[in-house]
Every structure is written in C-alpha cells, then in structure tokens.
Design a protein around this ligand. Structure first.
Ligand SMILES: Nc1ncnc2c1ncn2[C@@H]1O[C@H](COP(=O)(O)OP(=O)(O)OP(=O)(O)O)[C@@H](O)[C@H]1O
Ligand SMILES: [Mg+2]
Length: 380
C-alpha cells in the first residue's frame, strides 16, 4: 500500500500544488488520479518516487517512509511511464526496454532476453527490437515505455497520462492492453489522467482532485458515478454519469425475446401471424446461420403478398448489436438507441442472434437493476 499522510507540497514560489493530501493506494490494484489541469496530479505522483520532495507530511510504501530510501535506489523499484514515452532516441527499442536491468548491472544478454519477453507481453513485434524510437508509431512508443517501466519487475508502476498523446483508437487499445497486463501482473499502479472515461475504464479506485491540490473524492468507480460528493465532482464526471454507470451492469441479466426472430425463408403470411401473436411492430430476420439480416415492420408485412419470403422483402438495416455474455447494459442501451427499430439485438460470442430487447424492456431492466440504477430515471 502507498500512503499519503497529510502531504503538502509548496513550491519555492509559494504555489501550493498539493494541499493536505490523505490517500491510501491499495497494493496490486490500479488507482487513478484524475482532475482538471494544475490540480496537483503529477506532483502527487512524483512525490512517490521522490522526483518531487514533499514539504510536509509522509509518503510511505508498505509502511516505509520514501524519504528513508536513496532516490536512485527507490526509483529502480518503481516503474515510471510518461506521456510521449520519454524514450532514449539513440538507443534501440530493445536497449530502451533494458535500461533499468543494465543499470542494475544485469548481464547484457540476460537483460536483452528479458526485454524481448517484455516486447511480446506489451504486444510489440520482435522485428521492432532493433529499431529506434523515431521509427515507431506513437502507440508503439507508448508500448515500449510500458515495457521499459516493467523491465525490472517493480512492484509499483507510476503512469502520468501515458496514453494522452495518441489517437482515440490506439488509446482504447492501449487501455485494453493495460487492463489485460494488470490482470496478469497485479502491480500497484498509480495512473494519472484528466479523462474521466479513461479513469472509469481502467481504475479499481479513483481519486478526484480539485483545483488547489485538494482531494475531492476517493472511491471505486461505481460509487463515484452514483454518489459524487459535491457539485464539483458531479460536474467533473459529466452529465451522463447515470448512463455510464450502466457499464457496471451485465447485459446477460436481460430477458431477450426470441419469438420475434424469424428466418429469411419464412413467408410473409406466417410472419404476419408471428408479429400479431407477439404484439410487436418489428421482426428481426436472420439467415440460416442465425446471423441478423435486417428488420421487417408489421406494416410492411401487412402490405406484402402472403407467399413472399422475408428474405426477398426490403429489410431495414439491423444497426447495432451487443454481445449478451460480455457486454453491459450500457452497450445494450446504446444498441437500442442506434437501432432503426428501437430494439437492441443480442448475439452470442460467435455472432448468432440470441434475441432482441425493446427500449421499454431495457428501461424496466435498468430500473430493476436496483437502487444502483436510479440516476437513469432521474430520481437523484
Ligand atoms: N516546479 C514548479 N514550480 C512552481 N510551481 C509548480 C511547479 N511544478 C508544478 N507547479 C504548479 O503546481 C500545480 C500543480 O501542478 P501539477 O503538474 O502537479 O498539475 P497536474 O494536475 O499534473 O496538471 P496537468 O493535468 O496539467 O498535468 C500547478 O499550479 C503548477 O503550475
Ligand atoms: Mg500533470
């Protein structure tokens, strides 16, 4: 555990960057520090590895005051990843990753071997080992930065906006990689960002800072979104926090209707009676492999010759789908809002249709997700 006890940092010019901070950062989890620019996130992070010396209070790692440790030695037990990766431009990728093992006096071959393993771990191709940083994309450079920080297998990893300089698609994949890595490695990660979406996605716990270097709230993401302590936190996490909270509820709890899913070979006459029995305005048409083809409305069916097969009618594009086993209520809601039929299509992990759910049924499920989902209904 990393503990901040009544920690203040005042710079020589009088700026109070961090003001009486108390925080307990759990071992083996990812804790995110988030807040607007200038609120003291970087300063807090750097007090852990003594790149910034605190003015008063105590920062301790597993009970040991960091001030009792030689800074250079301390830093070798703490990985540090920054925006733009901060790689050495004249060293190859492999040697950048092996930086700390070299410093620790490891045998060169062993250090490079370890660097090679880490490249694989963070999703870099072996062929990139001999390249120089400028020959890599921004996302690849960040991966090298993460690998370098992990090289000596430090128990603690500090990450300061590591993914903020890459485009949103690469950023999302780096975030997913980090989640996967962390599942495997269980480091004590302290991650700084000013993006609340990123914080909620990767954090086990989130510390929201307010301007002036004060802690506003420290909580698990779910509770932060449900119960922001004040208007500042509420404003910071955004107006759609209720909807975002739905990402904590699994879609597999939904009951899906399969009676409105019909094969493309079904006749219009048969489909009319299916729609009437189901009292539904839309049927989902699927191919023989049970993959979605499109929607047909009851209205279209009423106007079609009874012997026409559904596959030969003009179907409405089926829009978005969600994966029942792995997606959240948020993904299901999103799929229903984006669907031309106002209904979300739930599929198996292999892409075959399980059933569909209407917005009304989704609303009921969201409501009954318990107290937890109340913000969506606006009963705040
Ligand atoms: N060396 C310094 N001397 C004086 N003031 C500093 C110094 N470093 C940081 N500050 C000030 O301390 C405050 C906190 O800075 P810090 O870098 O910790 O913020 P941050 O939350 O990381 O911001 P950002 O999101 O922009 O990175 C700011 O007001 C900043 O101007
Ligand atoms: Mg910063």
């Amino acid at each position: 555990m990393i503990t901040f006890e009544d920690v203040t940092k005042r710079f020589p010019d009088g700026t109070v960057a961090v003001d009486h901070l108390d925080l307990e950062i759990p071992t083996g989890r990812t804790t995110v520090l988030v807040g607007p620019s200038g609120c003291g996130k970087t300063t807090s992070l750097r007090m852990i590895n003594r790149m910034v010396e605190l003015t008063s209070g105590t920062v301790a790692i597993d009970g040991d005051d960091v001030r009792t440790r030689e800074p250079a030695v301390l830093r070798r037990s703490i990985g540090y990843v920054i925006q733009q990766a901060g790689l050495f431009p004249h060293r190859t990728v492999l040697d950048n990753i092996a930086t700390v093992p070299f410093l620790l006096g490891w045998d060169k071959r062993k250090a490079r071997e370890r660097a090679g393993e880490l490249m694989e771990l963070v999703g870099l191709e072996p062929g990139q080992a001999r390249r120089y940083p400028h020959q890599l994309s921004g996302g690849q450079q960040q991966r090298v930065g993460v690998a370098r920080a992990l090289a000596a297998d430090p128990p603690v990893l500090l990450m300061d906006e590591p993914f903020s300089a890459v485009d949103p698609v690469v950023r999302a994949s780096l975030q997913e990689e980090l989640i996967r890595l962390q599942d495997e490695l269980q480091k004590t990660i302290v991650f700084v960002t000013h993006d609340i979406e990123e914080a909620v996605k990767i954090g086990d716990a989130i510390a929201v800072f307010r301007p002036g270097g004060r802690l506003a709230q420290f909580d698990v993401p779910e509770r932060l979104l449900a119960e922001p302590v004040d208007e500042f936190v509420e404003g910071f996490i955004g107006y759609d926090r209720g909807v975002r909270r739905l990402s904590f509820f699994p879609a597999r709890t939904l009951s899906l209707r399969s009676d409105v899913v019909v094969d493309a070979g079904t006749s219009a006459e048969k489909a009319r009676s299916v729609a009437r029995d189901a009292a539904e305005p839309w049927l989902l048409v699927v191919d023989p492999d049970k993959r979605p083809l499109g929607w047909v409305s009851a209205e279209t069916l009423e106007g079609a010759a009874g012997d026409r097969e559904l596959g030969s009618l003009a179907l409405v594009g089926y829009g978005h789908i969600f994966v029942v086993a792995t997606d959240s209520l948020r993904a299901a809601l999103d799929a229903s809002v984006l669907s031309p039929a106002g209904r979300a299509i739930g599929v198996d992990t292999d892409g075959t249709v399980v059933g569909v759910v209407s917005q009304a049924d989704l609303g009921a499920a969201i409501w009954s997700a318990g107290d937890a989902a109340v913000p969506v209904g606006g009963r705040d």
